[in-house]
Structures are given as C-alpha cells and as structure tokens.
Design a protein around this ligand. Structure first.
Ligand SMILES: C/C=C/C(=O)SCCNC(=O)CCNC(=O)[C@H](O)C(C)(C)COP(=O)(O)OP(=O)(O)OC[C@H]1O[C@@H](n2cnc3c(N)ncnc32)[C@H](O)[C@@H]1OP(=O)(O)O
Length: 252
C-alpha cells in the first residue's frame, strides 16, 4: 500500500493513479511496490481485463525519487521489480500522459500498448546526465522504436521530446486535448474490453514477440545500473539536483 498510489477498480479495469503531485509524481520504493502489487493482482484475477496508468496533477511522473537512489545498495531494487512486472504483464496496458514523463516515467511507456498524451507532454530519459544507465529495456526498445539517431538524442544527450515528436516517433498512440485525456484513455480501455479476450491476448503476445532478448537486456541494464548508482558521477549528479546547482563531472 502507498499513500501516493491510488488503485481504482471499475468495470473490469484497474487504474493505477500516481498521486504525489507535490514531487511531480516521483516514485519511491513504496510506490513501486504498490504498483507492482496492483499489476500482480490484475494479472491473477480473471475479472480484470486491462490496466490504465495515469498521473494526478500537472506531471505524469518525474521518474525515480532521487533521494531513494541515495538510500544505499538496495536503492533501485523496488524499481527493478516493477520494471520486470510491467515488462511481463500479460493484459492490455493503456497510459494517459500529461506534462513531464521523466526516466521510468517514459520507459514504463515502452511496455504499454496504447499511450495517449496531452499536447504539453514531455518525455525525458536523463540517465546519462545522472551518471547512470537506461532501464526497463529502453536501451533496446528506444532505438528499435524510434531509430538510433532519435534515441541517441534522448539517451546520450538527455534531450526531451515533446508530444509532437513522440507522436512522429511512434512513442505514443495519439495526442489528445488535456481536458479529454483521461476520458479518451478510458474509452479506449473500454473498447479493448469489448474485444474477444482470447484473440486480444494472443495478438498482444504475438506483437511483443520472444521476450528473451528484452529480459536479458533488462537484467544487463539492472547490473550496470546498480554499479553506476554507486559511482562518483551519480553521487555528484544527485547532490547537484538537491543543491539546485549544475553538476560538475571530472575527466580523469
Ligand atoms: C529506475 C528509474 C530511474 C529513473 O527514473 S532516473 C530519472 C529520475 N528523475 C529525474 O532525474 C527527474 C528529477 N527532477 C527534475 O529534473 C525536475 O524536478 C523536473 C524537470 C521533473 C521538474 O522541474 P520543475 O517543474 O522545476 O519542478 P521542481 O521544483 O524541480 O520539482 C518540484 C518538487 O519535486 C521534487 N522532485 C522532482 N522530481 C524528483 C525526483 N525525481 N526525486 C525526488 N524529488 C523530485 C523537487 O525536488 C521539488 O521538491 P521541493 O519542492 O521540495 O524542492
């Protein structure tokens, strides 16, 4: 359970609503655990047909809580459990994204089937800037989805991508006006729920293909992520964030 994750269940759909607007919906270990539990629940129950992920407030999700990353060697463990759960999730996943989607706020979307974004959506994967490496299989999925050159601007330079760019790159399904975003995403979930479930599940499995390469990449990323998290580069990047200053990286 988490105060900052609301689980809303209606008509065979579980909605995971990220609800920590004062921290731009940054995810703590407790929040990841609540999301992972909701996915496990949705997967296990025959009466649940789909999951919708949304963020309350002006941002979708500012990524991992950076304070949690400084919490010792276990920093990031709950995040990787969530990543494994969402990558292996076996029912349709729909996301509604407004405002910022940073780090895992973007990379979780690679595992969603339908992604609707408000015009102000901004997608950022700033791992290199933080002295760490990409996660959730994004080092494999981002180049595959948007091409190496666009993925490099996001993953090597840490450049943001706006809603139009994300629409052109195939990162999202469609742009929807902010005031209709959640209703639109819910209507698409309802449309999925009206489909023949066996055919829908089989089609989704076929579209995802053999998961072996993705799972291997997620684990390789996790290993490097743990290593880099403890590096002086990452420590400097996190300290700079909380001290509200630019980081200084040493070249030796
Ligand atoms: C396995 C997963 C890996 C990852 O996800 S790596 C990615 C981690 N995420 C980040 O690096 C994003 C860090 N946050 C930011 O860069 C900025 O924030 C934003 C661009 C998201 C928003 O900027 P602005 O609109 O100017 O808001 P603000 O004043 O910086 O943030 C409002 C409050 O939210 C806190 N906050 C925002 N993001 C995080 C975070 N990721 N971890 C912890 N706190 C965060 C801030 O510190 C501040 O708090 P206060 O009002 O107390 O100063």
């Amino acid at each position: 359970m988490s105060d900052h994750i609301a689980i809303v269940e209606k008509a065979g759909v579980i909605e995971i609503q990220i609800d920590r607007p004062e921290k731009k919906n940054a995810l703590t270990a407790t929040m990841y655990r609540a999301m992972t539990a909701a996915l496990a629940d949705a997967s296990a129950r025959a009466d649940i047909g789909a999951v919708l992920i949304a963020g309350r407030g002006e941002a979708f999700c500012a990524g991992n809580d950076l304070k949690d990353f400084t919490a010792g060697p276990e920093g990031g463990a709950a995040a990787f459990d969530f990543i494994r759960a969402i990558a292996a999730f076996d029912k349709p996943l729909v996301a509604a994204v407004q405002g910022l989607a940073v780090g895992v706020g973007t990379t979780m979307l690679f595992h969603c089937d339908l992604i609707y974004a408000a015009p102000d959506a901004r997608f950022v994967m700033p791992f290199v800037n933080l002295g760490i490496v990409p996660e959730a299989g994004s080092s494999l999925l981002a180049p595959a989805m948007m091409g190496h050159a666009k993925a490099a601007a996001m993953l090597l330079l840490g450049e943001p991508m706006d809603a139009d760019g994300a629409d052109r790159s195939g990162l999202i399904t469609a742009i929807v006006p902010a005031d209709r975003l959640l209703d639109h995403a819910r209507a698409k979930v309802a449309a999925l729920m009206a489909k023949p479930p066996q055919a829908l599940a089989a089609t989704r499995r076929l579209m995802k293909g053999d998961p072996a390469a993705l799972n291997a990449r997620i684990e390789e990323e996790a290993r490097l992520f743990r290593e880099t998290l403890a590096s002086p580069e990452a420590q400097e990047a996190f300290a700079a964030f909380f001290e509200k200053r630019a980081p200084v990286f040493k070249h030796s």
